[in-house]
Design a protein around this ligand. Sequence first.
Ligand SMILES: [Zn+2]
Length: 124
Amino acid sequence: MPEPSESDRRKAAQLPAAVADMRLVDCLAQGLDVRFQCQYCGMERTWTRQDFLGRRLRGRLAWTLARSQASVFCPQRGCGGHRPVVRLMKGGYHDDHADTPEARRTHVVTMLLDAGVLPEEVGL
Ligand SMILES: [Zn+2]
């Protein structure tokens, strides 16, 4: 199989506009995990709720997925591939009671506060 060109890779990584503009905190609110797949070595990793609220990502919760995608490089030794393919996955922790926008907002604010993040810091 021929090596994909730069433009093939750009196409593969292209995010639909609605997804590109989603912030990480929106993913958190909707119970979505973000999966990155390296286009060079195929390595996958997933940001879950635990990662969003963890030390490394909590400062980036206001970032859009487009910005997050651009900031991520493959951690695999000797790879360092950029522009991974991004997929949104339903996390295993959908909260049934949080099914209206207001309930979801309350829920995410509670999660943030529990983790020691001020909602206004992430643009809520
Ligand atoms: Zn890689």
